[in-house]
Structure formats: structure tokens, C-alpha cells
Design a protein around this ligand. Sequence first.
Ligand SMILES: [Zn+2]
Ligand SMILES: [Zn+2]
Length: 404
Amino acid sequence: MSELRSTLDELAGIDLAELSAEALLDLTAELVTASNRIAAAMTTVVRAADKREAYQRDGAVSMKAWLRGSCRMAPELATAAVSTGRRLELLPETSAAFAAGEISAAHARVITKEMTPRRLAKAADAGIDLAETDAILADLARETAPHETARGVKAWVAGVDPDGTLDDAADTRRRFTMATGLDGRVHLRGELDAAGGEYLHTALGALMNGDRPAGDLRSHAERQGEALVALARGALDAGGLPTVRGERPHVRVTIDLMALCAERGAAGFSGGSLGWAGPINPETARRLACDAGVSRIITGPSGLPLDSGREQRAPSAGIRRAVEVRDEHCVFAGCDALPEWCDFHHVVHWAHGGPTNCDNGALLCERHHTAVHEGGFGIQRDPGTDRWHTYRPDGSEILSRAGP
Ligand SMILES: [Zn+2]
Ligand SMILES: [Zn+2]
């Protein structure tokens, strides 16, 4: 143990800035293996102490209690350490892979977690060879991430204990929480049963594939996030949701009239705020107010409502349709998002006196609508040719696309 300690001290003394990228990666990989080996050794020692009831020396009622009390271990980790050690005794191949650092504690946990004594007995009754199962799962764990290994384990469970699987399948709990963070962003968290997850996955998949412009470099997570928002917007726009307090559900933006009418980036104005998600900057409020589906409540300095929010600065169906026919898709350079994904953008915002008509309208997908408002990009239509030009915030043109 003292050698292990001095090795760790030596490691802490290395000047990482001196190492090449290759050396850093090699060191990382070696430490991952070493930490797996240490986790395996810890599990084995915990098992030995558990068997000998060594915890009694400190007056603890169980090894799990001792790990929590004397090592300040999180309850779920203490449970995992004790039960993994206990069950690994029956799985020599998996134990060996763990001891060699080839698989992690998480792998060992997903394998042993489902191997309850009851299931092992059933497997033995059914003539399923445990040694073979052990070898197959150990190999799977060597080659896959823990969540994939868990799928292999589930297959074994389904084979020996269909009823047990049904117990799992009966768990249809669905939980989902949303919270606004200090950074003004909204954080999501939750879990679904398999069927519920499949519904969501299918709906998001349809939206993701239907809306992928050429050269889209967004990550899967980014596209899935946008699909989730599109799913919500689509449901709101379709008008099929239950009414809330007698009104069609809608997104509500509150912003001071002077702030709304101020020029982009003008100082001294407070931002707007969303009914639930809270403060947003004035330009985001202007973007949201740019198109239909947003009712407005505009209050003056006294805080009294100036506008009930019923007034629609949104295009009529006819104007919207005419702009869709003219623009065909998002008019931002290089984007071909279809009209149904687009907002009706006022080139000169209605708050700045821009009319709601074809000449002042443009189709912009949500991403590019954001680029134009918050990002400071500009778009301009050549009235002679109906060609749209896109400008960077510094005023240089990106590339123009041919109009219809
Ligand atoms: Zn706009
Ligand atoms: Zn676009």
C-alpha cells in the first residue's frame, strides 16, 4: 500500500503542461485501468470484511452501514460495493476482467445487479450454464459501455425470468422536471418507461429528419433539443391543446413598451420576461413578438396595461400564404427550411413602424430568426428580383440565393 501511495504522490507531482497530447492520453488510459483495478480490489476487500463481519469491531450493524458511517460513502455506492462483491464470487470471468482493470465498477454493477439468487436458481433449473453466461457477459463488458452491457444482461433475464421482466415492464412511472437555472437557461430531467420513451423518440425522430438542411453540423443532442421545442410549438400552433383558464394556451411575453420600441442594442432599457421562464433580453422579446401565436401584454412605466394583448400584429392567413409562395423557404443564405418551420419576420419590426404586409415580411426558420434578431445578422430583399441577401453583423454579405 505504501508503494501505491508513493506512486500517487509521484503522479500529483508531474507537470502536466510539460506532457505532449499523446502522453496525456496514454496517462489517462493507464489511470482508467488502474482505477478499475483499485475499484476491483476495494470490492474484494469489502467482500472479505463482509464475510468475516469485520464491521462489528466498530459497532456497525452491516458492512454497508460501516462504509456509510466510517467512509462517508453514498448509500447507493455502499450497497453496490457490498452486493457486487457478494455476487462476483459466482462469476469468476467477470471478476477476473474487473481485477485486471478491463471493465469498470459500473460494468460489474450492471451485470451483478440483475443476478439475484432467485434468478440464478431459476437459470440453474432451466439448465442455463452460469459459467457460459459469465464468460459471455464478461466479454460484452470488455467491449461495450455499461448501458450496452446492461442490454445483454436484460436478454439473460428475459430468458430465465420472464415474469421478473414483466415486473420491470409494469413499472410505467414517468417523471419529468423543468427548472430555470441562474444562467436563464432551462434544465430538463426525467425518466420514462420503455413505451413512453418510444413515443417521444418516434416523434422527435420525425421532426429531426424532416428538418435537416444540407451541411447541418449540429450534434445529435442539439438537433434533439430543437426537435423537442418544435414538438411543443407544433402542438401550440395546431390549437388542439386543452384551453387554460378559458384561453388557448400561448406563450406570453411581457416587455416595457419603450424597451420594445428601442433600437437593437440600445442601452438603458430593461429586458422582457416570459410568463414562466423569466427574464429575456429585449431582442429576444422583439423576435417573439415578431410573428403570430404571441399575444402581447404591453405595460407602461406605471405598470398598468396599455394593450390587452388582443391586438394582432401578425399577418393574416392571406399575407402569410403570399409570402410563403414568394419565399418558398427560410430566406437566410444557404437555408432551405420549409415554410411550416418558419416564422413570419417583419424586416422592419412593427414596433418600429414596419407594416404587416408582403413587402415587409420574410420567412425565417427559428434558428435564423434568432440569428437575425439576437445575432445581429441582416436580411434584405431586392424588390426588383425578389432575391434575398444575407449580411453578417459586420455588414459583409454571406452569399445571395436566387429568388423564385
Ligand atoms: Zn423577426
Ligand atoms: Zn433558416
